[in-house]
Design a protein. Structure first.
Length: 749
């Protein structure tokens, strides 16, 4: 087996079986044998005379040759007591307290078993709606997202895979503006990726700069109107700010819904690439494209015959997984087996292009992507049709869009999923992403640095007698070879990295694969830190124009750039504290100005009146005071809120960030009375602050009033580097997810 040291480390840490003391109880070969044996056994369900030993050996060689690997839950759990083999699940959320918390329970069971979950929160009534059964007020989708988030945090999946969720809200839901901003704080709702469910009607309204209706999900009637272009711009701004939300084109997901009689597709799995019906799951696997090459003369070429054979074996493998799987819920087992969806994808696409000498950012590469994926899907359907002859079509075939054609075993065949840890095991580039970096410097014990070099580049440089450790370190520091003149131009032209590629070619590549993929394509458009909001808007519009089913972007450094104004500590104990890894920064609020101006407004609350004073100077809002009326109230709580808000404002924290935390807090004495304009004292404070901001034209972000001083031994850009929470290495944003190529950590599981 051709495994790198990094691959062995990831396998030992995350995949190989261990005893109760954490000691390994199997080798890598044992793991692949365990998986092959468990999956091959499904053949007996269809023929008592099946040569299971031969199938087991075929599957074993397929994996140990690193030609194909199934998704992580299959490698981890096949042949073991847990036996849950699916990566992707979608659960429905109906608009009742019982249904919501039933979904929370089901999600916890799925996370415990090693899967990720997708939800549409679009059926939940908006915040502030009256609950007829209790006379109370609905808290809305975002508050329930936080419930799901906390449940996910609590489960931790037994230490093998993290719980990951996708939250989707339709763009015509009345709470859409709050949803777009719900992850404005990077520390909030951390176990969710979020995407806005976009309709074609909305995109047409964006183009025409028109208003569109917001629809109450419970009554199906319009409740208001918004300007589509302004909402689109808000989505763009939020994505530019920290990468979320992504967008999903709902009409396109349902245009390819194989069994529309079973309902609408409302959501996807956590990385956006597997649209599923409610209570449906899917198992994924990826073909290593580097292994599909052969040498012809002195050139590498695609071995199309080998690729066709590998596709046939992989479809057989994935169909068997459906039968071998121990599903976490009976309803999921039933729904999944009704359609028998599989998701066969690829990894190593960027490396294949390097071997072929084709630049990723070229029309030649885009054309080859289209040809390659069409070949895989066509041969995948042939394999599925052959299985249907001996095993029968998927049970809902007669209700499907394929009912008048050749019977198929599987409702869907292909998906392009992120392959973070799988690609580390295979030693190739992830999914269809470009190479993120050609050289990594890994810190090992005793502060020793170890170079991890892309094998294609390493072999080529060695062949041309250009390889040296000094050159590799230079590449690692620059993150690209584009401007290293000691490397010949013909090599630099081909060996482009993620940030060398324009957004146009990122989207064109995604669209080329999407045009021949049954499900969807997971891909991240990586932007440099200097990218503008208009750059992001163009990607979203181009994704729609070229037929993609969704889009995800990430602007380098946007998740961890400082939003607070910081000054360095001068404490003499700093050196000792830094040795222990504690922060070298404190936040010092600016002094209260001597002269301010402002306004006072009376707000009616559940226990009387609250008088709220908001003052500001030339730098923006700087303080808030509250006084309660004669009827009483809770003056100490209101004063505490006002003091903390004042402190936050003078510390440079964005006004919208503060008001978003206060808005919607509910007090029983307020929500039980009709005609109230606010839901609590904090909500009233937020409303008055927002009114002052609007009436004075204060800009978001305000004026910076303190300087940022980095640690003495730390580069100024350190705050923009996102670190792996497990090993501290730099992580990559790819395939709609986050992956550490050192230890195999993945945000999406």
């Amino acid at each position: 087996m051709e495994l790198t040291q990094n691959a062995l480390t990831v396998l030992e840490r995350r995949y190989l079986a261990k005893d109760e003391n954490g000691n390994l109880t199997e080798t890598v070969e044992d793991m692949f044998r365990r998986v092959a044996h468990a999956i091959a056994a499904s053949d007996l369900k269809y023929s008592k005379d099946a040569d299971v030993k031969a199938t087991e050996q075929e599957f074993f060689e397929l994996m140990t040759n690193l030609e194909f690997l199934p998704n992580s839950p299959t490698l981890m759990n096949a042949g073991r007591p847990l036996g849950q083999l699916s990566a992707c699940f979608v659960l429905p959320i109906e608009d009742s307290m019982e249904a919501i918390f039933e979904a929370v329970k089901q999600a916890a069971l799925i996370h415990k078993s090693g899967g990720g979950t997708g939800f549409s929160f679009s059926r939940l009534r908006p915040a502030g709606s009256v609950v007829n059964s209790t006379g109370g007020v609905a808290s809305g989708p975002i508050s329930f997202m936080r419930v799901f988030n906390m449940a996910t945090e609590a489960v931790k999946q037994g230490g093998t895979r993290r719980g990951a969720n996708m939250g989707i809200l339709r763009v015509d839901h009345p709470d859409i503006l709050q949803f777009i901003d719900c992850k404005k704080d990077n520390s909030d709702i951390t176990n969710f990726n979020i995407s806005v469910g976009i309709t074609e009607a909305f995109m047409n309204a964006v183009e025409a700069n028109e208003e569109y209706n917001l629809i109450d999900p419970s009554t199906k009637k319009p409740t208001g109107r918004l300007n589509a272009r302004q909402v689109f711009d808000k989505i763009v701004h939020s994505a530019w700010r920290n990468g979320e939300p992504g967008i999903v084109f709902l009409d396109r997901l349902n245009r390819d819904n194989v069994v529309p009689s079973q309902g609408e597709i409302e959501s996807t799995n956590p990385c956006g690439e597997q649209p599923l019906l409610p209570n449906e799951s899917c198992n994924l696997g990826s073909i290593n494209l580097v292994k599909m090459l052969r040498v012809s003369g002195k050139k590498a070429v695609i071995d199309w015959d080998k690729l066709a054979t590998t596709v046939e074996k992989a479809v057989h493998f994935l169909d068997n997984v459906i039968d071998a799987n121990k599903y976490p819920l009976k309803i999921i087992e039933k729904t999944t087996r009704q359609t028998r969806k599989i998701g066969l994808g690829v990894m190593g696409w960027a490396d294949m292009l390097l071997y072929l000498g084709i630049p990723y950012n070229s029309d030649e590469a885009v054309a080859l992507a289209s040809k390659l994926m069409e070949f895989i899907t066509t041969n995948g359907r042939k394999a599925s049709a052959n299985l249907a002859k001996s095993r029968g079509p998927f049970p809902l075939f007669s209700q499907s869009i394929y009912k008048d054609g050749e019977p198929l075993r599987n409702a869907t065949i292909t998906t392009i999923a992120p392959t973070g840890t799988l690609s580390i095991i295979a030693g190739v580039s992830s999914g269809i992403e470009p190479v993120f970096s050609y050289v990594y410097i890994r810190n090992v014990m005793d502060k020793t640095e170890m170079l991890e070099v892309n094998p294609v580049l390493r072999d080529l440089l060695q062949k041309n007698e250009l390889y040296s450790e000094e050159l590799m370190k230079e590449i690692a520091e620059q993150g690209t070879i584009a401007h290293i003149e000691s490397i010949p131009e013909d090599i630099r032209r081909v060996f482009v990295s993620a940030h060398d590629i324009t957004p146009l070619f990122h989207v064109k590549m995604q669209a080329a694969f999407q045009n021949h993929t049954d499900n969807a394509v997971s891909k991240t458009v990586n932007f440099p830190h200097t990218a503008t909001e208009d750059d992001v808007a163009q990607v979203y519009k181009l994704s729609y124009k070229l037929g993609c089913k969704g889009a995800t972007i990430y602007r380098d450094g946007s998740r961890d750039s400082q939003v607070l104004n910081l000054v360095a500590k001068t404490d003499k104990n700093d050196e000792k504290q830094n040795d222990k890894g504690s922060s070298a920064y404190v936040i010092i609020p600016r002094p209260r100005p001597d002269v301010t101006q402002g306004m006072t407004e009376k707000m009616t609350i559940g226990c009387g009146n609250l008088y709220i004073t908001v003052n500001y100077d030339e730098h923006g809002i700087c303080e808030v005071f509250t006084n309660t009326g004669k009827a009483g109230g809770c003056p100490s709580q209101s004063e505490a809120t006002a003091r903390l808000v004042s402190l936050s404002l003078r510390s440079g924290i964005d006004v919208k960030t503060i008001t978003s935390q206060l808005r919607g807090i509910r007090c029983p004495s307020t929500i039980r009375q009709q005609g109230m304009k606010c839901t609590s004292c904090p909500d009233a404070i937020a409303r008055v602050i927002e009114k002052v901001v609007a009436s004075n034209g204060f800009k978001e972000g305000g004026v910076q009033v303190a300087k940022v001083t980095p640690k003495q031994d730390e580069p100024a850009c350190a705050a923009q580097i996102r670190k792996c929470p497990e090993c501290g290495a730099k992580v990559e944003h790819e395939g709609g997810c986050v992956i550490c190529r050192d230890c195999g950590y993945s945000k999406c599981g």
